[in-house]
Design a protein around this ligand. Structure first.
Ligand code: TXA
Ligand code: MG
Length: 351
C-alpha cells in the first residue's frame, strides 16, 4: 500500500485536501491526522471492518479500544446512552480540547470500536484539521495514536511515517502538534469520576470544575498493575517505549545529578551508549554520549511538547540506555511522569 502524505495548513486547512481525506474515511480507509495532542490514526468509528484494520496496522491488542472523535455535541448523543450532568459541565468547559470522557455506549457502536466494553471513550479535539476532517467525513472518527503499539506517540508526521509507512492510506501533515502528550481520559461512569490516564487537561483543572475527582490506582501505581480486568485496558500494555532502555531517576536535583553520573559510568563500563534526558537547569552539570534537555522544570508545557520527539531521537541516534530526570507531578507533570514511568517499564531509581 502506498501512504499518501498531504501537507496541510494547521490553522486554515485547504478544503480540497480535507475533502480528499474525508472521502478516504468514507471509503473505510486509514487516515492519520493531527490533533492538538498527538497524531491520530483515523477511520469511520461505525465501520467495524475499518476499525479492525487500525488495530492490525498498529499491531494493537484487540482489548484496547480507541477514542472516538467528534466535531459536534449532537454526535455524542448518537454514541452514548446518556450525557450525565457532570459531562455537560466538562464539555462546556474543556471541549474542544485534550479531555476524553468515558460514557455508557449506545447500541449503534460496533463491538470492535469499544473492544466489547459497555462504555465508550469520546473526545472533541481542538485542532482545525481534525475538526474539519470529522465534519466533512460526516461520521465520528475512531482514532488511536498513530504509532505502532508500544512506541512513543507521534507528535509529527515523520513519526507516523517511521512507524506506519506502507500500512496506512494517508497522512495529513500539519507540522508538530502543540501539546505533545495525549488527552486526559476521565471515567464518568463511576462516582466520583476517575482519571484513567492523565494528559493534557490537568487533575487540578478537573477538580476545579467538578469538585471531587480521583486518580485510578493505575495512574498512581509505581509497579505495573495486575488488576484482573482493568477498566482502561490500555494501562496494562507496554507503552511509550523507545528501543533504548529507559531509567527514571527521581529526587532532589543535586542527588539526581550524582546518581545519573554514577549510572552513566556503570553503563559505559558495560559498553553501552548512554543518553541523558534532563531539565535545562542541570544540563551543564551532567555528561554522557548524548545529553538532551527537554526544557526548564518550570515550563512543563515545553517538556510535554518535546518529550515523545526526544525519546524517538535517542533511538535514531543509537542510544542504548536513556537516563531520565524525574519531575514534579503537579499540573502537566502528572501526565509527563506517567509516560516516563511507563516508558521505563517502572525502572525507577529514587534518590
Ligand atoms: O490525545 C489523545 O487522546 C490521542 C489523540 C489521537 O486523540 N488518542 C489516543 O488514543 O491517545 P489511544 O488509543 O492511543 O489511547 C486511548 C486510551 C487508551 O488508554 C484506552 O485504553 C482508553 O483510552 N480507552 C478507550 N476506550 C475506553 C473505555 N471504553 N474505557 C476506558 N478506557 C478506554
Ligand atoms: Mg496510544
Amino acid at each position: 500500500m502506498k501512504t499518501v502524505v498531504l501537507k496541510i495548513d494547521a490553522i486554515n486547512p485547504d478544503l480540497r485536501k480535507i475533502l480528499l481525506a474525508a472521502n478516504f474515511i468514507k471509503e473505510g480507509k486509514l487516515v492519520a491526522f493531527p490533533t492538538e495532542t498527538v497524531y491520530g490514526l483515523g477511520v469511520d468509528a461505525l465501520n467495524a471492518q475499518a476499525v479492525t484494520a487500525i488495530f492490525k496496522a498498529k499491531n494493537r491488542p484487540f482489548d484496547n479500544p480507541p477514542i472516538v472523535h467528534v466535531s459536534r455535541i449532537s454526535d455524542v448523543h448518537r454514541l452514548v446512552d446518556e450525557i450525565p450532568f457532570n459531562a455537560r459541565v466538562l464539555i462546556k468547559r474543556f471541549w474542544p480540547g485534550p479531555l476524553t470522557l468515558i460514557f455508557r455506549r449506545s447500541r449503534i457502536v460496533p463491538d470492535v470500536t469499544v473492544a466489547g466494553l459497555d462504555t465508550i471513550a469520546v473526545r472533541m479535539p481542538r485542532q482545525n484539521v481534525a475538526l474539519a476532517l470529522i465534519k466533512k467525513s460526516n461520521c465520528p472518527i475512531a482514532a488511536p495514536s498513530a504509532n505502532l503499539s508500544g512506541k512513543p506517540s507521534p507528535t509529527a508526521a515523520s513519526h507516523v511515517l517511521e512507524d506506519l509507512n506502507g500500512k496506512i492510506d494517508m497522512i495529513l501533515d500539519a507540522g508538530p502538534t502543540t501539546i505533545g502528550v495525549e488527552s486526559t481520559v476521565l471515567d464518568l461512569t463511576v462516582d466520583p469520576p476517575q482519571i484513567l490516564r492523565p494528559g493534557g487537561t490537568t487533575l487540578e483543572a478537573l477538580k476545579a470544575a467538578l469538585g471531587k475527582v480521583e486518580l485510578s490506582s493505575a495512574v498512581t501505581a509505581e509497579k505495573p498493575v495486575t488488576l484482573e480486568k482493568a477498566r482502561s485496558p490500555g494501562i496494562l500494555h507496554k507503552h511509550y517505549s523507545p528501543n533504548a532502555e529507559v531509567v527514571l531517576i527521581e529526587g532532589e536535583s543535586s542527588r539526581v545529578i550524582k546518581k545519573i553520573m554514577e549510572l552513566n559510568r556503570n553503563y559505559r563500563d558495560e559498553g553501552r551508549r548512554v543518553g541523558i534526558l534532563c531539565t535545562s537547569e542541570i544540563q551543564k552539570q551532567v555528561d554522557a554520549d548524548l545529553v538532551k534537555a527537554f526544557g526548564s522544570k518550570n515550563d512543563l508545557e515545553s517538556i510535554a511538547h518535546s518529550l515523545f520527539r526526544l525519546l524517538r531521537e535517542f533511538d535514531s541516534e543509537g542510544t542504548n540506555v536513556i537516563l531520565v530526570q524525574g519531575l514534579s507531578t503537579k499540573g502537566l507533570g502528572l501526565a509527563i511522569m506517567n509516560r516516563l514511568r511507563k516508558a521505563s517499564g517502572y525502572k525507577i531509581v529514587k534518590v
